[in-house]
Design a protein around this ligand. Sequence first.
Ligand code: NAP
Length: 280
Amino acid sequence: MTAHRLNGKGLANECKAALAARVAALKERNVIPTLAVLLPTKDDAALAYYRTKQRTAEKLGICVEGCIMADPSTEAMVDQIAAWSADPAISGIMVETPLPPGVDVQAIRNALPAAKDVDGAGTESLGRLLSGNPAFAPATATAALCLAESGGEIAGKHAVIIGRSLVVGRPLALLLLVKDATVTVCHSKTRDLPAISRSAELLFVAVGRPRFVRADMVAPGATVIDIGTNVVDGVLVGDVDADAVDAVAGCLSPVPGGVGPLTTTHLFEHVVQAAEARIG
Ligand code: NAP
């Protein structure tokens, strides 16, 4: 038996078609949805990733404005975020990570206003997610949830998340609770991880270790969402050993072509939503 592949790329294309229509409607009202991106690095790989994002946005009619800072201070970053926050032409703001050593992560998170925090990274956005009054949730978490929903009902199921980062695992846990899943979050100190992951009907993996989840960690018929992106010998691989898990899982999200493309599309969807909210 082979697992049904969850088609993130296909879902992303459907989402893009709907977005293009919303962007056209905004343009008729003289609004161009604009994402401001703060890149606190001159790293070539980060710049290449940023330019890919910019090209994808442009195809949708969304403007991406970048600010590259080689080795910024916390104050310089906070000032830039404040300038964008006050600028009515900017719909959304995001800060690429990792931040340079010495930058106060908490100060950056505190500077992001929920109305423009389209990747849900700020203190206000995360607090609102926790309190049940969400603004924008992190796009990777919303994309992973969306992909899982494409494989079937979430309500009542036992969802296990491996990874508790602020950008993926924790917000995903809150989003799954809203959808009435029963949620277990695992991390590096979790005891007997295979036994817990085998109890999952929905298994989300965000560990950052190539092919970490083996077949014996998956229950027969489970839905497995691989959030990992690792480059091994120049090839993109996930956190799940897809070749082995394929024979056990019911549904499996591929890498590439799963959560990744849907994450970018969800980010741009949030930018459009922020632009729409400004004009009411
Ligand atoms: P992260 O901040 O490094 O967090 C990794 C998590 O995995 C931590 O909670 C860590 O536990 C846990 N972990 C590490 N080793 C473990 C082990 N042996 N057993 C159980 N848990 C373990 O990583 P992240 O930013 O969440 O990213 C995770 C993965 O998702 C990476 O591959 C990243 O590239 C990918 N990602 C993809 C997208 C996308 O758009 N597709 C976006 C963001 C991230 P502790 O908390 O105890 O350290």
